[in-house]
Each structure stands twice: as structure tokens, then as C-alpha cells.
Design a protein around this ligand. Structure first.
Ligand SMILES: C[S@@+](CC[C@H](N)C(=O)[O-])C[C@H]1O[C@@H](n2cnc3c(N)ncnc32)[C@H](O)[C@@H]1O
Length: 301
């Protein structure tokens, strides 16, 4: 559905729902609540728990934050520009006895400091999600993001669900779309590692080509070139198998590790070796993450 039609349907709903959804009319999108069934699914996808701090960007009546706090023991912050909705959210938090862990502030969501969040939720227009995207990609790898109805353009979700919501009249009526992403570590660029296998050192050089969470690229193992398969970076975790030419055939090595700033620490299981060996890759030259699809066949989603 077009943005214009979405806005019109949303406006009609908000107007007919007065005074429960009365609002100041500030902000870049009007208030439409996420159906509770979709809130529950967003939080399930995010695997929210008591150790999480959720920020809902444009929090409306506060339902996402309040559900995260009351049902999962998380802490949460809602930001909105609408003072009527902020009061409604604060009153609900107070009534449920969770005002210390469910807070609501008047703030432009584009100016909110997101650095403390482990989970971010949105129900905003697609262009707002895309405007937020560069800031979300700068967050700590592993930060989870959930969105209702609208996605993030070329940043494909890690998971998505379509829910049947018969009472929903806004957007695609009768349906809610729920999207989930995990902020990927940035590994684009050239990395080098030395692995001791079979009594000698073998140099593995990687040239990672990254588009959001998807990675492909080239490898040199002991000077022999090979192509890296398409794989996903999951937060700060990488795991991939490479096929390296040997004699008239190929052998497979499996790498897995944790990405830190300029190193990847993990293990490599070399073909034929009895157990995994330590693997540390060091960054030689940082590359740029692409904002377009990778030039590979296959689907690593
Ligand atoms: C579609 S509603 C979603 C409400 C809630 N997150 C939910 O899912 O039920 C969008 C909310 O964003 C708020 N909003 C719009 N633009 C904003 C901005 N620039 N800064 C903060 N809040 C904004 C609106 O007031 C509204 O409450």
C-alpha cells in the first residue's frame, strides 16, 4: 500500500478512535497502535528477557515498552513528541507499578541516544525506518531491532512473520507484518591469519565483501585462491565453510569466530584434522559495507 493511502487510513482510524487515541498532532507520523498480537510477536522474535533494555521509537500509548517490562521483566524507554500519549503511557506504567522500569520521555526519535539499547522497536513509515538505518547500523553488533509493518529497504530482515489480525484496518488491512534484524559486526575488508596445521604454518587471507549482514568475497589459502560462500554475520559471530583446491579435488575448512574491533578470534577445523585449531584473523585494510545486494548467486538468508 502507498504511503499516502497508509496515512489516510491511519488518519481515519485515529480520528474515529478519539478520545482514547487523542494526540497533539506533532511528529512525522500519526499515532496508530500496534495490535497486541503483533507486539507479542515482535518481543518473541527479539527474544526479549529481563536483561534487556528496549527503546520504542515513537512509543504512542506505551504498549510495546509496557509489555516488555510487565511480561518479560525488561527495562524500557519510550520516546514520543505527543504529550497526550506520553501521559497515557506514564499513567499506565504507574497503574501497573512499573514506572521505575518503563519510562517515557518527550523527544524527537531521530535525536534519541540509542547506545544503551539492546532492543529497538519501531512502527514508523518506511522512509523513517530508512532514515534511522545508518544510526541503527552503528549500534553495538548484536543489538536487535523489531519493526511493525514496514521494513528497512535493502537491509533484508533476518526473520519476518505475517500475522492475521482481522480487526486491523490500517496499512494492509487484516494483516500485520513483523520484521526482525540483528546489527551485524562490520567485517568488510582484508584480513590475514596464520594457522599451524600438520606441523607448519598456513596463511589464510580473506577479502570480505559485506552488504548489511550478508558476506561473500575471496580467500587465499597458502596462496591458492578460492571463493568464499555467501554467509551471514550474526551480531558479532561469523561461521563459514570454505572449499580450497587441493590436488585434483577440493578440501573443506570450517571457520567460526567472534568479531572484535580489528581481530576475529575463534577456531578453524581444517579438513582431515582431528580437532579444531585456534584461529585469529587480523584486519589489514578496512572496507566499506555496501548498501546494495552482493554480486553472488544463492541466498544466504
Ligand atoms: C504509528 S505510531 C506507533 C506507536 C507505538 N510504537 C506502537 O507501535 O503502538 C507512531 C508514533 O510515533 C510518534 N512520532 C512520530 N514522529 C515522531 C518523532 N519525530 N519523534 C518522536 N515520536 C514521533 C507519534 O506521535 C506516534 O505516537
Amino acid at each position: 500500500m502507498s504511503t499516502k493511502r497508509w496515512l489516510l487510513s491511519a488518519l481515519l482510524l485515529a480520528l474515529t478512535a478519539l478520545p482514547a487515541a487523542a494526540q497533539d498532532g506533532k511528529g512525522d507520523v500519526i499515532y496508530v497502535p500496534t495490535p497486541q498480537v503483533a507486539v507479542n510477536e515482535m518481543l518473541r522474535m527479539a527474544k526479549i528477557s529481563a536483561s534487556d533494555y528496549l527503546i520504542d521509537l515513537g512509543s504512542g500509548d506505551g504498549r510495546i515498552v509496557i509489555t516488555a517490562v510487565t511480561q518479560f521483566g525488561a527495562r524500557g524507554l519510550g520516546v514520543d513528541l505527543d504529550t497526550y500519549l506520553l501521559k497515557q503511557a506514564r499513567d499506565t506504567a504507574k497503574r501497573l507499578g512499573v514506572a521505575d522500569r518503563a519510562q517515557f520521555i518527550e523527544q524527537n526519535l531521530f535525536e534519541t541516544d540509542l547506545s544503551g539499547a539492546t532492543v529497538i522497536s519501531t512502527y514508523l513509515l518506511p522512509e523513517m525506518n530508512e532514515k534511522l538505518r545508518p544510526k541503527l547500523l552503528q549500534l553495538r553488533p548484536g543489538t536487535r531491532i523489531v519493526a511493525h509493518d514496514y521494513s528497512m529497504g535493502e537491509w533484508f530482515p533476518d526473520e519476518q512473520q505475517t500475522l492475521l489480525v482481522p480487526e486491523k484496518t490500517v496499512g494492509d488491512s487484516g494483516k500485520s507484518y513483523v520484521f526482525y534484524w540483528m546489527v551485524p559486526a562490520k567485517i568488510a575488508g582484508r584480513w590475514e591469519s596464520l594457522v599451524f596445521a600438520g606441523g607448519r604454518g598456513v596463511i589464510f587471507e580473506f577479502d570480505f565483501d559485506q552488504s548489511f549482514q550478508k558476506v561473500s568475497g575471496d580467500l587465499k589459502a597458502d596462496g591458492k585462491p578460492a571463493r568464499l560462500p555467501l554467509f551471514n554475520v550474526r551480531g558479532d559471530q561469523v561461521s563459514f565453510e570454505v572449499e580450497v583446491p587441493q590436488g585434483s579435488g577440493v578440501v573443506k575448512h570450517r571457520f567460526q569466530g567472534t568479531v572484535r574491533q580489528d581481530t576475529i578470534e575463534g577456531t578453524v577445523t581444517i579438513a582431515g584434522a582431528p580437532k579444531p585449531l585456534p584461529w585469529t584473523a587480523r584486519l589489514k585494510e578496512r572496507g566499506q559495507m555496501r548498501i546494495s545486494a552482493l554480486d553472488v548467486s544463492g541466498d544466504g538468508r
